[in-house]
Design a protein around this ligand. Structure first.
Ligand code: 5GP
Length: 190
């Protein structure tokens, strides 16, 4: 087995305890944010930048709720590795290839924890002559913030727990759970 925490015959849900956000709450959140974004950027050039890998599911659902024309691109950063704690050092793994000059940039993120990733990304895109740089996150853990970062579109505020599902992983797994769940500590505390 390539991933040592995974056993084939155990359902994914059994590694988790407590649902933090249900499928229905997430769908409602995507609709609410999509409508706001459609109104706020009406008539303006907008590019959505999805932060991989965790943001892929949110980008997909959010964009389907946006009714104005938007470009999309993808960026990948890493600050965790196989850990539940941010290393504090953000590394650019894959850059975008669509120019953002003269466009409004909206960074689409899965979750904000310390704020280090978003502060890095906001600074990065600000150097590329956009009309504006704003942030849209599905989930927010405000209690864990290390740096202040303005979050213009915030989906669901969650407690300080390590969560998985809806795009978020632990050690590469659990991204395909359709809701957001707390990962059992026994999975990562040995
Ligand atoms: P920050 O830089 O704000 O500390 O962390 C942002 C990134 O850390 C997120 O994009 C996400 O990939 C990861 N992250 C933060 N909290 C969690 C969590 O509770 N669960 C998972 N799976 N990833 C998290």
């Amino acid at each position: 087995m390539s991933n040592e925490i995974y056993e084939c015959d155990v359902p994914l849900e059994d590694y988790t305890e407590g649902i933090v956000a249900t499928k229905e709450e997430i769908a409602e959140m995507c609709k609410r944010l999509g409508e706001r974004i459609s109104n706020d950027y009406k008539g303006e050039p907008l590019i959505l930048i999805c932060v991989l890998k965790g943001g892929f599911m949110f980008m997909s659902d959010l964009s389907k709720n946006i009714s104005i024309p938007v470009e999309m691109d993808f960026i990948a950063v890493s600050s965790y590795g196989a850990s539940t704690k941010s290393s504090g050092v953000v590394r650019l793994v894959k850059d975008t290839d669509t120019p953002v000059t003269g466009k409004h940039v909206l960074i689409v993120e899965d979750i904000i924890d310390t704020g280090l990733t978003l502060s890095y990304l906001k600074n990065l895109f600000s150097t590329r002559n956009p009309l504006s740089v704003k942030v849209c996150t599905a989930f927010d853990k405000p209690d864990r913030r290390k740096v202040e970062v303005d979050v213009e579109y915030s989906g669901i505020v969650i407690p300080d727990e390590y969560v998985v599902g809806y795009g978020l992983d632990y050690n590469g797994l659990f991204r395909n759970l359709p809701d957001l769940r707390i990962l059992k500590k026994s999975v990562y505390v040995k």
